[in-house]
Design a protein around this ligand. Structure first.
Ligand SMILES: [Zn+2]
Length: 349
């Protein structure tokens, strides 16, 4: 193999820095990342800052160096010719993102999705609690701004980059990749509200086998239940206190179901949960249906398993997704940086 002499980083090689790292980047794994440099690069940084911001750096920099250790080990990280090597862990863009977060003020952070996603990953790898919290908070903000009707934020003025919120497919992907359990529920529910044909092949595949399985299963089960309910109107309960005539109440109920309820269930763009449709149906007054029959029927439907099955399917799916969450790959990557295990891959190429 021919070794490439690493170049000093233009921004993060500080003359008054005290510890030298050599990053051997992984190739760019995202089409969105603005930087595709793969050559090794030297960073000269301030150990006090690193130790304060990152548990991984604290571990890396506090390793005891016995007095009788070889000089190679004694001087590791002190000079360009003997840096601490970080190999195969991240791209240069991702490393620069973490350092931008550590060395700059919040107003200097790029207001981009790729910056936040890179920060999310690097905060996991370098065990930086405040970086993780910041990236999560900002991305959650963007997830809420995503609008299923237009696939754009509700307020495009508020976004500094191309007007899009965080797509739920990407949020679910990140939740699985970076072990963010609290994102599974909102991302999965938002995905369910989308027609599958609005997902690109890339978005669909990014959900992983578990995500794809539970999304398609849950959508299919829900569609079957909704078709059943839309087709057959549930029987009206005849109240003991019926204040109209029973035949008139029943006709009014069936007409309401065949008309507006069926329309709500089949609405092509606005997919209301069945429980929501029931709640709305309980609030309106239906012509020619007496209050008492209406009230008793709604009370009975609220506990009807068929009407609650939609939410049950969603809960089962989310529980299964939780069960498949693992942070083993993250812990392994952290361990590889600590031990320099990633070096084996670069040195054999
Ligand atoms: Zn009645």
């Amino acid at each position: 193999m021919t070794s490439v002499t690493p170049k000093r980083h233009l921004e993060f090689y500080f003359e008054d820095g005290k510890v030298v790292f050599e990053l051997r980047p992984v190739p760019n794994n995202s089409n969105n990342e603005p930087d595709s440099e793969t050559a090794p690069v030297l960073y000269r940084l301030h150990p006090g800052l690193l130790v304060r911001r990152s548990e991984l750096c604290r571990d890396l920099l506090s390793l005891p160096r016995p007095e009788n250790a070889p000089s190679q080990i004694q001087s590791e990280g002190c000079v360009d010719s003997n840096p601490i090597i970080i190999a195969n862990a991240c791209t240069k863009f991702e490393m620069d993102t973490l350092l931008t977060y550590w060395y700059s003020g919040e107003t200097d952070y790029p207001q981009t999705e790729v910056f936040l996603i890179a920060l999310l990953k690097m905060s996991r790898l370098f065990i930086c609690g405040d970086g993780l919290a910041f990236a999560k908070k900002e991305l959650e903000h963007r997830a809420l701004a995503w609008d299923p009707d237009t696939d754009e934020p509700k307020d495009p003025e508020a976004a500094a980059e191309p007007a899009r919120g965080l797509h739920p497919a990407l949020q679910l992907h990140l939740a699985q990749l970076y072990f963010i359990n609290e994102w599974l529920d909102p991302a999965f529910r938002r995905l369910l509200s989308l027609s599958l044909n609005r997902l690109s092949a890339h978005q669909f595949q990014s959900l992983g086998p578990n995500g794809m399985y539970w999304l398609t299963q849950t959508k299919t089960k829900i569609a079957e239940v909704r078709a059943t309910i839309a087709f057959t109107s549930p029987a009206l309960i005849q109240s003991d206190d019926c204040s109209g005539t029973w035949a008139r109440c029943r006709l009014a109920w069936e007409q309401e179901w065949a008309g507006s309820v069926r329309q709500m269930i089949h609405h092509p763009n606005q997919i209301f949960p069945l429980t929501h449709i029931l709640t709305e149906l309980g609030k309106v007054s239906i012509d020619n249906l007496c209050y008492h029959c209406h009230r008793d029927t709604m009370a009975s439907l609220e506990t009807d398993p068929l009407f609650n099955s939609e939410e049950d399917f969603v809960k089962v799916a989310i529980e299964a997704l939780h069960g498949n969450q693992t942070d083993t790959h993250i812990r392994k990557a952290v361990c590889q940086i600590k031990t320099g295990a990633g070096l084996e891959d670069t040195q054999t190429t």
